[in-house]
Design a protein around this ligand. Structure first.
Ligand SMILES: [Zn+2]
Ligand SMILES: [Zn+2]
Length: 75
C-alpha cells in the first residue's frame, strides 16, 4: 500500500507533538488518516496550531493530496 490518494478533507498534522508549528513539522493528511495517527485527539499538551500561511504552503507542497504512506490500514 502506497501513498493515500485522497484529496478531500485534508488537514495539517503535527509530525511530532513537540516539534513546533513550522513547515518541517507539518504533514498533510486526510481526515481519516489524521484520526488514525497515534497522537490524534489524545489529552495533554497540544502543539501550537499552524498558521494559515504554513498550512497553505504545506497543502501546495503536498499537491493537495494526503501525504500518508503509513501501512496501518488507514487508507
Ligand atoms: Zn489519507
Ligand atoms: Zn493513511
Amino acid at each position: 500500500m502506497g501513498r493515500c490518494t485522497r484529496t478531500k478533507e485534508l488537514e495539517v498534522h503535527h509530525k511530532r507533538k513537540d516539534g513546533g508549528n513550522g513547515l518541517d513539522n507539518a504533514e498533510v493528511l486526510c481526515q481519516k488518516c489524521h484520526s488514525a495517527t497515534a497522537s490524534y485527539g489524545t489529552p495533554g499538551k497540544s502543539p501550537k496550531p499552524f498558521s494559515d500561511e504554513t498550512k497553505k504552503t504545506a497543502f501546495n507542497r503536498a499537491e493537495q493530496q494526503c501525504q500518508c504512506t503509513r501501512t496501518g490500514g488507514c487508507h
